[in-house]
Design a protein around this ligand. Structure first.
Ligand code: NAP
Length: 287
């Protein structure tokens, strides 16, 4: 895929869904949007700039600001719906067969669209997976969603859901960043083998990573920002999508720059020392 950025045509890396469709590896998160009306215009402008720069995958959820984030996204993408790969999530308590269908229709109304590109179960709850999957299947048949997937599923849950639905499971959206590397021990490898992209949420640890001395040193080497380096690290491997949330245009531009930053072997070794990879299995971390 190519995007036009300030007059320059650049290539934008993509990840392949099990269905064969390509999606951009760098998208935009929306958790925390629509909570302060004074920030609304900036949040909308940030999302629109991200679209202009090729970050056309937008992640939201019925949970965020109680539907307010979906409404804000709906406003941001009005008249450019076809440019966007739109992701939303159903809460586990709504994820019965009927509940999934009704929750999706509410999300579609708030998002001012007739379809989601990807609909995720936000985390696993008490409803049997088969019921939620039947809800997703029915939504696919009706044209309300194009693909579905899961979020916060650890390896045993992934084995179970793929056993039930095979290559219909299009992603596992999980916490992944330099300070949360547990999934590298097993889940990342398993998903790569099954050609299921991981969608890394909180890829800069909600901003907490940015004070790391090592990140600052590496950022200075590249005349980049620590956020750019942290995202380039998440995106260093194929089959990983990152969805940073940014509410200012400056942050969006720094995040977009991650796609053009090549980390050297020395950078990667320094980051491994500061943020060691897992030595054994770890339970999935959630925010
Ligand atoms: P994040 O993207 O790691 O961090 C967001 C924070 O970092 C915000 O405070 C933002 O500030 C700041 N930031 C962004 N770019 C920056 C930059 N270039 N320089 C300095 N600060 C920067 O955390 P997140 O929002 O938790 O995760 C991203 C998205 O993943 C969410 O928005 C949501 O869509 C999704 N998510 C999903 C789950 C799940 O359970 N499935 C859980 C958490 C998150 P500003 O807003 O001021 O720019």
């Amino acid at each position: 895929m190519t995007v036009v950025d300030a007059g320059t045509v650049r290539s934008f890396r993509s990840a392949k869904l099990p269905t064969g469709e390509l999606v951009p590896v760098l998208g935009q998160g929306t958790w925390g949007f629509a909570e302060d009306p004074r920030l609304r215009e900036d949040e909308i402008a940030a999302l629109r700039l991200g679209l202009d720069l090729g970050m056309t995958l937008i992640d939201t959820a019925e949970m965020y600001a109680d539907g307010g984030a979906e409404e804000l996204v709906g406003e941001a993408i009005v008249r450019r719906r076809n440019d966007v790969f739109l992701v939303s999530k159903v809460l586990p308590e709504n994820a019965t067969f009927r509940g999934t269908i009704e929750a999706c229709k509410r999300s579609l109304r708030r998002l001012r669209t007739d379809r989601l590109d990807l609909y995720l179960l936000h985390w696993r709850g008490a409803v049997p997976l088969e019921e939620t999957i039947n809800g997703f299947d029915s939504l696919v048949r009706a044209g309300n969603i194009r693909h579905w997937g899961v979020s916060n599923f650890d390896l045993p849950d992934m084995i179970e859901v793929v056993g039930l639905a095979d290559d219909a499971v299009c992603t596992d959206q999980v916490l992944y960043n330099l300070s949360r590397r547990g999934i590298e021990y097993d889940l990342v490898l398993w998903c790569q083998e099954h050609r299921i992209p991981i969608m890394a949420y909180s890829p800069i640890e909600r901003g907490r990573l940015l004070n790391s001395r090592t990140l600052k040193v590496i950022a200075a080497r590249h005349r980049a920002s620590p956020a750019t380096v942290a995202l380039a690290w998440v995106l260093r491997q194929d089959g990983v999508i990152a969805i940073p949330k940014a509410s200012s245009e400056a942050h969006v531009r720094e995040n977009r720059a991650a796609l053009d930053l090549h980390l050297t072997a020395q950078d990667l070794a320094d980051l491994d020392r500061a943020f060691p990879p897992p030595k054994g299995p770890q339970p999935l971390a959630m925010i």
